[in-house]
Ligand binder design. Structure first.
Ligand SMILES: [Zn+2]
Length: 491
């Protein structure tokens, strides 16, 4: 860890030193920026970058959020305390703070145990205890559990082919997380591929008559840690008990079931309580422009209940807050306003994003661009954006500063689909994310191990610097950005 941190520190030193030379190039001719390209003042961008790199603010506030409050699942006392903490912090920075009401789902974890009570070759009287954790939205078994045979499948086709076996059984989806994809910078694809079974597997099994459904944990490190996460139930689908097994236990079940019938005793006693009152936290740094246009910079405040949610998504909230802290500390007034948003309920409902979108009414045009950080605090590589292709060029001038942060990539896609920005993006708002190294992000994602020690303070500083220069650039760029093609007809 120390050696890694030192390497990063020395890379920053080199990058900052290189910037001096690049500044000269930028102000002289700069072949990267067309002569006609309107400039966002480079000296100001560099001041912002340096102020962010020199500040511990985001990390110190993250430590407060994680160590003093900890888990923040929607509806929990932790989530309420986190709303207060972030609102106070944003006020202390000097922003105008609004708590936007959001009704959130209130699901509470209960007991969760599982043991294999019968399998081929089982010595008399012996059972095997497994490690698992309920999925968000899971239904409950009877208080003393249920016992059923397992139906182990490796994909949806196999489930469909064996549909006749499902009724009365516990379906186990043994689909591994593809770490090779993650190692090649495609962790999102890896998450999507294996995560599909977590998202829709239990509901699919329920419709076929399964009494419970288990998925192999969606994550990259096999330290016998279970990864929770949301599972989706369609309309009129019975909420059967649903949980994630550790990868090791899914593999054990797979080996045993290849030899013959396997039965499990399963106890899961979560509860779904009435919806609870909560809030998005909005902090506004007004712009000098009277049009009301603003740039959103955001992360989500809720987390899963198993751990501190340090990387998912304490990092995003505190990095967004760090942006406002730097701009305000430097006494900068942006052209467009800057709004920090700490979203509520990204993990199990995205009701915060919906409440924000619905409250905009006829003010959608004020949302100039939106940024969300929700990929952890890995090494920043650049930015991801969904600006229309013809607007990609207008971000080129930002590259000089991104290069100085060792994060030169501007990767344009038609849609980012960031958790809390999707509604805005689908309605035409250009979206941005920090592009960070997520090769190990899914090792701890949604587990009991997502704790503060997983965040490298130096990388968090670099993320704040990246987001701060991006935010300022978007708030200042004179030429504007085109709206994205709408994914759904405007209502
Ligand atoms: Zn997240």
């Amino acid at each position: 860890m120390n050696r890694y941190t030192q390497r990063i520190a020395s890379r920053i030193a080199v990058a900052v030193a290189c910037t001096v030379a690049m500044n000269a190039a930028f102000s002289a001719t700069s072949d990267e920026t067309p002569a006609a390209a309107p400039a966002v003042d480079l000296a100001t961008l560099l001041r912002i970058r340096d102020a962010a790199l020199a500040s511990d603010f985001a990390y110190l506030r993250l430590a407060e959020l994680t160590d003093r409050i900890g888990p923040r699942l929607s509806g929990s006392p932790g989530a309420a305390a986190a709303v207060d903490l972030v609102a106070d912090d944003l006020r202390n920075i000097g922003l105008h703070v609004t708590l936007q009401p959001v009704k959130v789902p209130h699901w509470v974890r209960g007991a969760e145990t599982a043991e294999l009570v019968d399998y081929p070759g089982r010595p008399a009287g012996l059972t095997q205890r497994l490690t698992l954790t309920a999925l968000g939205g899971s239904g409950a078994t009877p208080a003393d559990g249920l016992t059923a045979r397992l139906v182990v499948v490796h994909g949806m086709d196999e489930l469909n082919a064996r549909a006749a076996e499902v009724k009365g059984g516990i379906v186990v989806f043994d689909v591994p997380f593809n770490q090779q994809l993650a190692d090649n910078g495609r962790s999102g694809n890896a998450y999507g591929e294996a995560g599909l079974y977590r998202f829709i597997g239990p509901a699919t099994a329920a419709k076929m008559g399964a009494v419970a459904a288990l998925v192999r944990s969606v994550g990259g490190a096999n330290f016998r840690i279970a990864h929770t996460g949301m599972t989706a139930w369609g309309k009129d689908v019975q909420h059967i008990p649903a949980a994630a097994l550790t990868a090791e236990d899914a593999m054990l079940i797979d080996r045993l079931s290849a030899k013959g019938p396997v039965s499990m005793r399963l106890t899961l006693t979560p509860q779904t309580l009435p919806d609870a009152d909560s809030s998005n936290v909005l902090g506004d740094l007004p712009g000098s422009d009277q049009s009301g246009e603003m740039v959103l910079v955001s992360g989500h405040l809720d987390s899963w209940d198993l751990a501190q949610g340090a990387t998912d998504d304490g990092t995003g909230v505190m990095a967004a807050m760090g942006v406002a802290e730097v701009l305000h500390r430097l006494g900068l007034t942006p052209h467009r306003g800057v709004r920090v948003v700490a979203w509520m309920n990204e993990e199990n409902g995205q009701r915060g994003a919906k409440a924000y979108f619905d409250a905009l009414h006829d003010k959608l045009a004020t949302q100039f661009a939106a940024i969300e950080s929700d990929g952890g605090a890995g090494h920043p590589l650049g930015i991801l954006t969904s600006v229309v292709p013809e607007d990609a060029k207008s971000l080129d001038a930002l590259k000089t500063v991104l290069r100085s942060l060792d994060a030169p990539i501007i990767d344009r896609r038609d849609r980012l689909g960031s958790g809390d920005l999707s509604l805005l993006e689908d309605a035409g708002v250009p979206s941005f994310e920090p592009f960070v190294d997520t090769r190990s992000y899914f090792n701890y994602h949604h587990t009991a191990a997502d704790t503060l020690d997983k965040v490298d303070p130096q990388e968090l500083k670099r993320q704040v610097a990246l987001l701060a220069v991006l935010t300022w650039y978007l708030a200042e760029m004179p030429q504007g950005l085109k709206r994205l093609p709408q994914a759904v007809p405007a209502s």
